[in-house]
Design a protein around this ligand. Structure first.
Ligand code: GAL
Length: 958
């Protein structure tokens, strides 16, 4: 029998030092990050010849530490959501086990003290074996958890030191790290050598509570060595272990992240801390921070960068934090592992509530009906408790961390109970959460994912379906609720954000939620001819993969905000400005503990989209949770359709945005559009051979199609029902519409001209549009007239003929225009895209975009770029001139350099090339977007029924 490999052990290795807080110490630290020597192998049983200092690694490659080797040309990234890419045979892993051997030589800097030293790995995926100067220090497990080794005996104070590491891609730990993300390996966080002075500080634990009734703070700092605790600003100079009562402190909250600089010192080492006073408590079934009910306006964040994977830099983390703050996000769930420790420091400093999640997921056991789930197998208990312990010990001092999460999607079982027991005992100051065990037996907060609006409302009312066990049911019914994942931001969408937010803001038990997820995990790649795109599952030849399900974020991989993030910002507004309907506004302060003095309120009046007046609005300071009524400013007279836009902007620079940054806004219609003029006597039709001339248009008398408009070649209208299915239409984990639509033949409609009737002052064209093998279809009637010599009116009437199941993808008409018409100006909602249940951030105005910029580059091409509520639009070219469309009532507008069918066929944006025409689509409606890519579909009011519809348009030549 062969010996079991070192990385196939249920239990955590005993070799690491006990976990402790991530501390900022004045003891010398040597970063070992940089280019290391690297040797890649397909198996883990290669010779251990490389561990000693004398080994000649000249022939090896070089690989940056931190990094993932798959992103530097070794092996390949692989993406699976739920399934394990290896057989379920724990603790064993396949012999094909990609392995990286690393070597790094370093010298200690001058002045490095002799004595104890620690070698620290902040993250190695998935397990590593570590040698220093040929002496084995130990092994790491827990990819996203820190491991420290005692390096004292092996370190050479003078001369060269060589650290050698073998990292394996697959280990026993991989069974409990089945998160929905790329499988990426290597030393992906920093490696440091830390001097550990004699009499220094090993661990520090800060308890800093806040009593909201008195404003007093209580501070106790414990350390494993007696030391002095100093908080100069508060005059604190105390011994460790001593509890100091401070009559008046400023509390920490995400809105006002007040931190006090502190030191903990012995004679030989000083540790610097940033202390935030805050108390988290569940009070009467409500989760409170500093005595106030907290509302999480949250996102789930994976660590990700399109070139670096999870080896994120400080700049990447700062980008995330700033972008979150700029988009009104106040909370992060660190799905599904503890983040880089610097991220939590940034959350403390910039102000974000954190649900810190343990590095644990066993979702793929669901594929075998949870047989052998590590969460319930005693052989795994020590490893799971070790992971929880390392999470809590590392991150315990962060005021931003308000909840611990035991992990994600690991079924239920006794090891979760053991983790919870350990965490409760160690840190009674923070409640626990774990989504998957719906009995909530081990936790304090009820949390679920992807519930429908109706289910969330039932929970809000305390009317959720009971648990079979009455005691557990009663306990759970008394818990606050957090929607730990909702609104799956995959591709176009998510739709329906506002409906959830309304509930969170209505029911005290509902304490908000965390949108899934922050960023698309697309990896930057290039086509053979050098064009850049973002790769997803399957692009690396994986046998098992989950395609573009990895691209489900509010940010594109390069951190450009998607339309979904702009909607979320609107929905998460901490200040609500609403028209009261009687000529005033209410301003509601939805902050937890700040007034509104940090905001300026500004208004602009637009007449037909042109700004005609602007000013400031006096709102005054409004206490948290309160509203005020504000009168509208005196507005000058307007002649057209007028809108008042009121914006709340930062009055002064904040660390995360400049003064003037918009936090909240609303738009109030103040004057309706002028009623359309009764059409003048129509211009007569002129026949010209096979052509019919009508105002500025020329129709083909045989086909009834418009072929010219002024000097422009045109082809249309053609009834358009199909849209390139969105990820939410495709709905891999929800109720999919796409298969129903394809089964109904909506993607292969045929058109049959019934007749063309040329009258004296108009032309009527009737077309039947229907799929093969069905007797149901649509009847389109195009009625043309020319109300003036320079205008052409088109009324499109659509009727349902026979049986055609709804909802339809969309209903509109499209025209092909010359490709050199490549710029669009419109008066309507903008500037971003909008569908019936998205586009919450858009407002009515006059907007301009090039056709290229109207396209939203979702990683998997799909319906996108529609502008809603359009009153008129002009499509023009750089050379001047173009076409203008006015609607009798607002219409939907989509302008593309390719067709919806081409969009449907593409797998990556780089598959799409302009086909030489500009495709102008004008719609009477679209189906909503919903969130069925993972979760509920489109809500009933946003469905597009198969029902009669009309578009009333006027075309003009510019
Ligand atoms: C959840 C899971 C996430 C992610 C999401 C879908 O079930 O917790 O990790 O997979 O679904 O994108």
């Amino acid at each position: 029998m062969s010996e079991r490999p070192w990385y196939e052990s249920f239990a955590p290795p005993p070799t690491a030092r006990p976990p402790r807080a991530w501390l900022d110490s004045d003891a010398p630290r040597l970063s070992l990050d940089g280019l290391w020597r690297f040797r890649y192998a397909e198996r883990a049983d290669g010779p251990l010849d490389f561990t000693g200092p004398a080994f000649d690694d000249e022939g090896w490659d070089r690989l940056p530490v931190p990094s993932h080797w798959q992103l530097h040309g070794y092996g390949a990234p692989a993406y699976t959501n739920i399934t394990y890419p290896f057989p379920l045979d724990p603790p064993h892993v396949p012999d094909e086990n990609p392995t990286g051997d690393y070597r790094h030589a370093f010298r200690l800097p001058d002045g490095w003290p002799g004595g104890p030293a620690v070698l620290r790995f902040a993250g190695a995926d998935s397990a590593a074996r570590v040698w220093l100067n040929g002496v084995e220090l130990g092994r790491t497990t827990g990819s996203r958890l820190a491991t420290e080794f005692d390096a004292t005996g092996a370190l050479r104070p003078d001369g060269d030191n060589v650290v050698a590491v073998r990292v394996v891609q697959w280990s026993a730990g991989s069974y409990v790290e089945d998160q929905d993300m790329w499988w990426l390996s290597g030393i992906f966080r920093s490696v440091d050598l830390l001097a550990r002075p004699e009499g220094g500080i090993g661990d520090v634990e800060v308890s800093a509570g806040y009593d909201h009734r008195t404003g007093a703070g209580t501070l106790t700092v414990r350390a494993d060595t007696p030391a002095r605790v100093r908080v100069p600003e508060l005059g604190v100079d105390a011994a460790t272990g001593e509890t100091v009562r401070l009559p008046l402190v400023e509390p920490w909250s995400a809105e006002r992240p007040r931190l006090y600089d502190a030191t903990v010192g012995t004679g030989t080492e000083t540790v610097t801390l940033r202390i935030g006073f805050r108390t988290v408590r569940i009070d009467g079934g409500v989760l409170t921070v500093n005595g106030r009910p907290v509302l999480f306006r949250g996102v789930n964040r994976h660590e990700f960068h399109p070139d670096r994977g999870r080896a994120v830099t400080e700049e990447d983390m700062l980008d995330d934090v700033r972008l979150m703050k700029q988009h009104n996000v106040n909370a992060v769930r660190t799905s599904h592992y503890p983040p880089h420790p610097r991220f939590l420091e940034l959350c403390d400093e910039y102000g974000l509530y954190v649900v810190d999640e343990c590095d644990l997921e066993t979702h793929g056991y669901g594929e075998v009906r949870w047989r052998g789930n590590p969460a319930d197998d005693p052989r795994w208990e020590a490893a799971l408790v070790d992971r929880m312990r390392r999470t809590v010990e590392r991150d315990k001092n962060h005021p931003s961390v308000v909840l611990w999460s035991l992990g994600n999607e690991s079924g239920s079982g006794r090891n979760l109970a053991a983790m919870a027991r350990w965490a409760r005992h160690r840190d009674p100051s923070r409640p626990l959460l774990y989504e998957r065990d719906w009995t909530c037996r081990d936790v304090d907060v009820y949390s679920r994912m992807y519930l429908t609006v109706a289910e969330v409302e039932a929970i809000g009312r305390g009317e959720e379906a009971p648990l079979p066990d009455p005691a557990l049911d009663a306990r759970r019914r008394g818990m606050p609720f957090v929607h730990v994942e909702y609104a799956h931001a995959m591709g176009n969408g998510p739709g329906g954000l506002a409906e959830y937010q309304r509930l969170y803001e209505t029911y005290p038990r509902l304490q908000g939620g965390f949108v899934w997820e922050w960023i698309d995990h697309g990896l930057r790649a290039r086509t053979p001819d050098g064009r850049e795109y973002f790769a997803y599952g399957g692009d690396f030849g994986e046998v098992l993969h989950d395609g573009n399900f990895v691209a489900d974020g509010l940010l594109f991989p390069d951190r450009t905000p998607s339309p979904g993030l702009l909607d979320l910002k609107k929905v998460y507004e901490p200040v609500r400005i609403d028209a009261t309907g009687d000529g005033g506004l209410t301003v509601r302060n939805g902050h937890l503990d700040s007034g509104l003095s940090h905001l300026d309120f500004q208004w602009t009046l637009e007449d037909d989209g042109e700004v005609v007046a602007r000013g400031a609005l006096e709102v005054g300071d409004v206490p948290p949770g309160q509203s005020v009524r504000v009168g509208l400013p005196a507005l000058p007279a307007t002649g057209g359709e007028a809108h008042l836009t009121v914006r709340a902007v930062l009055a002064a620079d904040e660390p995360w945005a400049k003064a003037g940054h918009e936090v909240a806004a609303t738009q109030v219609p103040v004057r309706a559009a002028r009623p359309p003029q009764p059409p003048p006597a129509p211009v007569a039709v002129r026949r010209d051979g096979g052509l019919v001339r009508l105002g500025p248009g020329v129709l083909d008398g045989r086909t009834g199609r418009l072929v010219r408009l002024g000097g422009w070649d045109v082809d249309g209208p053609r009834l358009q029902v199909w849209r390139a299915p969105t990820d939410n239409d495709r709905a891999p984990h929800g109720q999919a519409l796409e298969p129903l639509w394809r089964a109904a033949g909506l993607d292969r409609l045929t058109h049959r001209l019934r007749d063309v009737t040329v009258g004296g002052d108009g032309v009527v064209v009737r077309v039947r549009v229907a799929p093969a093998s069905s007797d149901g279809g649509l009847l389109a009637t195009y009625s043309w007239s020319a109300p003036a010599g320079d205008r052409l009116r088109l009324v499109v009437d659509v009727d349902v003929d026979g049986d055609l199941p709804g909802p339809l993808p969309m209903l509109g008409v499209r025209f092909a225009l010359p490709g050199d018409l490549d710029e669009v100006e419109w008066f309507g909602r903008g500037p971003g895209e909008a569908y019936p249940d998205t586009g919450l951030a858009t407002r009515v105005g006059r907007w301009f975009r090039t056709v290229a910029d109207l396209q939203t580059p979702y990683l998997f091409p799909q319906e996108n770029g529609r502008r809603a509520g359009v009153r008129w639009a002009s499509v023009t070219g750089g050379q001047g001139g173009g076409v203008r469309v006015d609607g009798r009532s607002p219409f939907g507008l989509t302008v593309r350099p390719w067709t919806a069918e081409a969009l449907d066929r593409a797998a990556h944006p780089t598959d799409l090339a302009p086909d030489g025409r500009t495709w102008l689509t004008l719609d009477a409606g679209h189906n909503g977007i919903g969130s069925a890519s993972c979760g509920p579909g489109v809500l009933p009011p946003y469905l597009l029924p198969a029902a009669p519809a009309r578009l009333d348009l006027e075309l003009r030549v510019l």
